[in-house]
Design a protein around this ligand. Sequence first.
Ligand code: SF4
Length: 98
Amino acid sequence: MADETGRKSRTQEGAPAGHPVDLERMRASFARLMDIYRDISGTADKVATGRCPYKDSRSRCTAKFECRNQYFVPDKPGELAICTGSDKLDYRKAWVVD
Ligand code: SF4
């Protein structure tokens, strides 16, 4: 049923009138969504331990500090360095820190 502004009326739970909230379906949907987020988070955690967060999608280094894996192409000054690191080794050992 629409009110004078044309909006459809809603139940107290926020569902459109005539469409009551099915709490069990909603809980199941949230549980599925949480499983999906858990999977995404687990994959991101795994990737983050091998792939340096400063490496972009084109294997260029975006770090603002020195790293032994950086290779600056001599003919292209000002360009980002190419990352020569392996995603299978711990990248943090190549970082040059004080
Ligand atoms: S491993 Fe080093 S060179 Fe590669 S992206 Fe990370 S900081 Fe840059």
